[in-house]
Write a protein that binds this ligand. Structure first.
Ligand SMILES: Cc1cc2nc3c(=O)[nH]c(=O)nc-3n(C[C@H](O)[C@H](O)[C@H](O)COP(=O)(O)OP(=O)(O)OC[C@H]3O[C@@H](n4cnc5c(N)ncnc54)[C@H](O)[C@@H]3O)c2cc1C
Length: 471
């Protein structure tokens, strides 16, 4: 990516800028700096934004300075955790970006089974540090994703049916709010803010560190099983009943992928559309995992079966290479309250047409431990839907995106009759509108507005799926 629209910082109070630079331990990156283009590059290559300043913070004190500076200069403010948000909500045009990428420390307390994680860490860092103690906490399925954005929006992955959403495992957090104050939030301290950040996204401040509960997860029985797409309808019918009966220790999601050109996939299947069911059994007894997965091996002849004992961090980074940075992304997501026969027919029609190596549809069960938390216990309110589907158009070549997006749009449109009004906040694009955000939070929306009004009355933190303050 190159700079097509150089921005200067001339409109910013130069005295205050000099003071910011002098006061912080991190780096202030300006459009004229050699590092600028790299620093404004995020995971989705479709995003090409040009902030006036990028403040790469070294600690919470830097974050406080940067928040105060943005507020005093009336600058649009974006916050970058892992930079994975496909809507590009970690960057902005013309404003200030608080970049946390150098605040990525992780400290494990093996006795208390907790992890203290800085606001710019990725899941790979946490997985690795915790695995040394045979511990883990629910994350996403790609290890390069940021802990912060994923957790603040909810967060689900291979361990979520067993141990809940990432935000359900949050014990406390340190957050710098719009007034520049540093606050610790937990069930006992600032409980309203603690409630709001568990699902309410980046609306309430900059989280400088998270404290998570960890669980005994070392080796898991997991991986993908690929099947011919001709079996889609049969597989989905089976999968629906299978997941309704599965113990919570077993997570699995259903997907369509072109066979990756990897040595463990037979060459005739490279780039061939296939169904992939990705499983993860995280219970104590591997033999039970094998027993639980057996029906998946019997329902139809697998084309490739890669399920086995694997360290959790290895499972969690298995697909990183396919979803490397620099690809073009556009996504369409919806909650599917129940997987109905009509929806199965739609998936069976469109899934097998998956148009590129990275484009896909993932159908994530939202059952198990996710549903053991009440709808109003955290801001993440969609606790009683059966599935989230995410239809994603991804390609390395921008010229191929119209074809990928046409497939994605037609597929999502055909599923509309089976979809709820809201969507998973971390998968939404930037242009989906305020009604969609409201529908996403449902009954929790008004309470979120109350917390937003109390802590961010001028909507300083608005580069997100925005919850607007009153007034
Ligand atoms: C390849 C890929 C795979 C994914 N897989 C999953 C998955 O398995 N499960 C899942 O639940 N989601 C998944 N996601 C979606 C992911 O949860 C969101 O993209 C999420 O926003 C990423 O967090 P981040 O910190 O990397 O994002 P960023 O782009 O850095 O930020 C996203 C939002 O969070 C805010 N934010 C970031 N850091 C902070 C902070 N420290 N304090 C306050 N606000 C902050 C930003 O302002 C922005 O609004 C995936 C995304 C990608 C691209």
């Amino acid at each position: 990516m190159t700079t097509t629209q150089p921005r200067t910082t001339q409109s910013i109070n130069q005295e205050q800028l000099a003071s910011l630079i002098a006061n912080i331990r991190g780096t202030v990156i300006q459009p004229t700096d050699a590092k600028y283009d790299l620093a404004r590059t995020i995971h989705n290559a479709m995003i090409d934004k040009h902030p006036a300043l990028i403040v790469r913070c070294a600690d919470a004190a830097d974050v406080m300075h940067a928040v105060n500076f943005a507020r005093a200069n009336d600058l649009l403010l974006a916050v970058r955790g892992g930079g994975h948000n496909v809507a590009g909500l970690s960057m902005c045009d013309g404003g200030l970006v608080i970049d946390l990428s150098e605040m990525s420390g992780v400290r494990i307390d093996p006795e208390r089974r907790t992890a203290r994680v800085e606001g710019g860490a990725t899941w790979g860092k946490l997985d690795h540090a915790a695995h040394a103690f045979g511990l883990a906490t629910p994350s996403g399925i790609i290890s390069t994703t940021g802990v912060a954005g994923l957790t603040l929006g909810g967060g689900f992955g291979h361990l979520s049916r067993h141990y809940g959403l990432s935000c359900d495992n949050l014990l406390s957090a340190d957050i710098v709010t719009a007034d520049g104050q540093f606050r610790t939030v937990s069930a006992d301290k600032n409980p309203d803010l603690f409630w709001a950040i568990r699902g309410g996204g980046g609306n309430f401040g900059v989280v400088t560190s998270f404290e998570f509960r960890l669980h005994p997860v070392g080796m898991v029985y997991g991986g993908p099983i690929f099947y011919p797409v001709e079996k889609t309808e049969q597989l989905l019918n089976f999968f629906r009943d299978y997941m309704r009966q599965a113990p919570i220790e077993l997570s699995a999601f259903f997907s369509f992928h072109q066979g990756p050109p990897a040595p463990f996939i037979p060459e005739p299947l490279h780039f061939v559309p296939m169904v992939a069911i990705v499983v993860c059994y995280s219970g104590d007894d591997p033999a039970q995992g094998e027993e639980l997965v057996r029906p998946l091996r019997q329902v139809a002849e697998p084309a490739v079966d890669l399920v086995g004992m694997i360290p959790y961090p290895a499972l969690n980074s298995m697909f990183d290479a396919i979803y490397c940075p620099g690809l073009q992304h556009y996504w369409k997501t919806d909650y599917e309250p129940r997987l109905l026969d009509g929806a199965i027919k739609v998936h069976s029609e469109y899934g097998p047409q998956v148009p590129s190596l990275q484009s896909t549809m993932h159908l994530y069960p939202q059952s198990g431990a996710i549903q053991q938390v009440g709808r109003s216990e955290t801001a993440y309110g969609q606790r009683d839907v059966e599935y989230v589907h995410n239809i994603v158009a991804i390609d390395a070549d921008p010229a191929n995106m119209p074809r990928n997006m046409a497939w994605m749009r037609a597929y999502a449109e055909a599923l509309r009759p089976y979809s709820a009004a809201g969507g998973y906040v971390n998968f939404l694009m930037a242009d989906e509108g305020q009604e969609r955000v409201k529908a996403t939070y449902g009954d929790n929306y008004e309470r979120l507005v109350d917390v937003k009004t109390a802590y961010d009355p001028t909507n300083l933190f608005r580069v997100n799926q925005n919850i607007k303050p009153r007034g």
